[in-house]
Design a protein. Structure first.
Length: 250
């Protein structure tokens, strides 16, 4: 009993420390775009006669910063729903090929701005799958966003869709530096980011992608090796092989 009692303070301290670290990350990652909006608004207010092109670029920068804040807040809300078991997906039959092409249209300009190109490898005649389109687009956007971030200019990033027994596999393949073997087991952990990498968020994107894939009755995984690029994949069950679900405890 004494041993069990002695563990209580250390567990409480660990939980408090983890909470404080998370709050520090949130404050850090929200402060940067907030500072950008503040400085840009001061510029606009200080000189009402700013050149139209300067004004346009400043407003666009404010919009990008606001969008980044919205994404960070959205990730936090999703993480809270996952932890509480209230994470929801609303599925209906969709053609995976259409979902992939919609993602390509949305993400191609982002890749082009980095000197990269998106391509597709879609197997013809794929069956319909039960999909929450907005959530699956969220997964693809996260995986492609990571590929863009870690791939050099001139790279080709491929979004694939292939049939598997009872499922359709969606994949994102890049030609970046790859992931260290010791990092792979933690790649889908919440609030985790690899060492030596520039911070680009709260470390929630892949954890949320995992929850979305599992809420669809599928799974998510990764193949990677240093210097050999990375392939993330997730499976969607075919329409006749899945029951409708409103959510799943993760």
């Amino acid at each position: 009993m004494l041993e069990a009692t002695s563990l209580i303070p250390s567990l409480a301290e660990s939980a408090s420390r983890a909470r404080d670290e998370m709050l520090a990350m949130v404050a850090h990652d929200l402060r940067n775009p907030l500072n950008s909006i503040s400085m840009a608004s001061q510029l606009l207010l200080s000189d009402p006669a700013l050149d139209a092109e300067v004004t346009r670029k400043t407003v666009h920068m404010m919009q990008r910063a606001a969008n980044r804040m919205n994404r960070l807040i959205g990730d936090l809300l999703d993480a809270r729903q996952i932890e509480s078991g209230s994470f929801l997906v609303e599925m209906r039959p969709e053609l995976p090929s259409a979902v992939v092409r919609d993602a390509l249209d949305m993400l191609q300009p982002i890749a082009a701005s980095k000197g990269q190109r998106l391509d597709t490898a879609i197997e013809p005649g794929l069956p319909t799958a039960q999909v929450d389109c907005a959530r699956i687009q969220q997964v693809i956007s996260n995986l492609v966003g990571n590929a863009i971030k870690f791939s050099p200019a001139g790279s080709v990033i491929t979004i694939g869709a292939q049939g598997r027994p009872g499922a359709v596999r969606i994949s994102v393949t890049d030609t970046g530096p790859g992931i260290l073997p010791e990092e792979l087991p933690r790649i889908f952990d919440r609030y985790w980011q690899g060492k030596g990498r520039e911070r680009g968020g709260l470390g929630l994107g892949l954890a949320i992608a995992k929850a979305i894939a599992e809420a669809h009755g599928g799974c998510i995984g990764v193949y990677s090796a240093p210097g050999a690029g990375t392939t993330f994949y997730f499976d969607l069950r075919m329409t006749n092989d899945v029951t409708r679900r409103s959510g799943r405890r993760s």
